[in-house]
Ligand binder design. Structure first.
Ligand code: LLP
Length: 415
């Protein structure tokens, strides 16, 4: 996590002191490091270089146009889950022919939009969706390129809200049924079989579940190839590569590649991978100013100007985010709760967290907030969403302005 570092006692993002950013752009503020984000992409891209591959960044992790544009320039493809995400990718200069479309509920309109733009593949999650794809394909006089998202029933050993490869999950087509569905696909007039896909969960900190799941799919890949000899092109291993929030030791890109590539090489297929968090997670933090300190007989609350509407991960996933004072402090640490102003007990960033002395007006940095931070932000409590800043070396660019009060009522009518 050396993208954010203290220099002479000041927390910096790359070469820029975070305090300067807070003063210029206000708080709460999302700050991202361009070099971290592109660096993570490049590390993975290079680790996979011995096979044909495309790294398709999962847009949902952070869909800011500047981040999409930086990744598009670096050569990334994209994993999208809605027409909105595809629109963003195109707007950012991304290549639709490197896009994979995931999700259990793609509507007919979304399918049409993506098919017309010529995306690489639809990852199909049900037979109903497959038939819909074929119908749209026929109507547009083309074949919809597909992979089935196969559920290999592997436990990714992660938080239950983000585990997707188990039997009871709503995602994918069970591995036992997959061949039959591929057989149906091969008979549908509006379908072209291109790949096999899986995605077993998120924040996975070991390679083993990926290896186990891939092994389980190898036989299926051979069977599908026999069905659709001319067209099977790719195996998509999904996203889910974990990062370090506190004390996790996830595999590096190299370690991941060392275990997974030997399996993939034997198939001769192009490898697709859909990382989100791995690319942006540690490349962003949420900067917030302390509004008040409130002491009760049992607790000290540090009340910040950021809230659960800006970063919902702690209450939703029990997630840990390191919290650093923007000005380094050597004072003795005391346990505090860091909370926001929203009217819910779930509005917290940390509970019983040892922090050095903090006063009203101080700036704090909530770390590892680059993934699923701003993307999941809302206007709950009628709070305008934060601005976002992208740092590149010594330069900082506001890549999304702070919402205004007028933005809050845009599109509404007094009736
Ligand atoms: N591909 C598919 C089909 C997905 O559903 C996801 C994430 C990804 C790729 C990217 O996964 P990643 O590499 O980022 O782990 N909001 C939660 C995470 C939800 C993940 C949903 N799917 C969080 O904040 O932890």
């Amino acid at each position: 996590m050396n993208t954010f570092q203290y220099r002479r006692g000041e927390l910096c993002c790359e070469q820029v002191p975070v305090q300067q950013l807070a003063e210029k752009f206000g708080t709460p503020l999302y700050v991202y490091s361009r070099n971290h984000i592109v660096g993570q992409f490049t590390a993975l891209d290079q680790a996979l270089q011995s096979v044909e591959h495309t790294v398709c960044y999962a847009v949902k992790a952070n869909s800011n146009l500047a981040i999409l544009s930086a990744l598009a320039k670096a050569g990334a493809g994209f994993d999208i889950v809605s027409a909105g995400e595809l629109y963003r990718v195109i707007h950012a200069g991304g290549d639709p022919t490197k896009c994979v479309f995931s999700g259990v509920g793609k509507t007919r309109e979304e399918i049409e939009y993506a098919l017309k733009l010529g995306i690489y593949i639809f990852n199909v999650e049900s037979e109903a969706e497959l038939r819909q794809l074929s119908a749209v394909g026929q109507r547009l006089r083309r074949r919809a390129p597909i992979a089935l998202r196969v559920n290999p029933h592997v436990d990714p050993d992660t938080h239950h809200h983000i585990a997707t490869g188990k039997k009871e999950s709503k995602f994918g087509i069970s591995i036992e049924r997959a061949l039959a569905v591929y057989q149906e696909a091969s008979r549908l007039p509006g379908i072209e079989i291109r790949g096999v896909q899986m995605h077993i969960g998120s924040q996975i900190t070991r390679v083993t579940p990926f290896v186990q799941a891939t092994r389980k799919l190898l036989k299926l890949m051979a069977q599908v190839r026999a069905l659709a000899p001319a067209t099977l092109q790719s195996f998509d291993i999904g996203g889910g590569l974990g990062i370090c929030y506190k004390d996790q030791t996830p595999p590096t890109a190299q370690q991941f590649a060392a275990k997974v590539l030997p399996l993939v090489k034997n198939t001769g297929l192009r490898l697709l991978i859909e990382p989100g968090r791995f690319i942006v997670g540690n490349g962003g933090s949420l900067i917030t100013r302390v509004v008040y300190i409130k002491k009760t007989p049992v607790k000290t609350f540090v009340i910040t100007d950021a809230a659960m509407n800006d970063l919902i991960r702690p209450v939703l996933y029990d997630s840990y985010h390191e919290i650093l004072p923007v000005r380094q402090s050597r004072s003795r640490k005391r346990k505090v709760d860091v909370v926001g102003p929203v009217c819910e007990s779930g509005d917290f960033f940390a509970k019983d967290r040892p922090l050095p002395e903090v006063n009203a007006g101080d700036l704090l940095s909530v770390m590892s907030a680059g993934a699923y931070g701003m993307g999941m932000a809302s206007n709950y409590n009628s709070r305008p969403r934060p601005a976002e800043v992208l740092v590149n070396g010594r330069r900082a660019t506001c890549v999304r302005r702070r919402e205004t009060l007028a933005d809050l009522v845009r599109g509404e009518d007094r009736g």
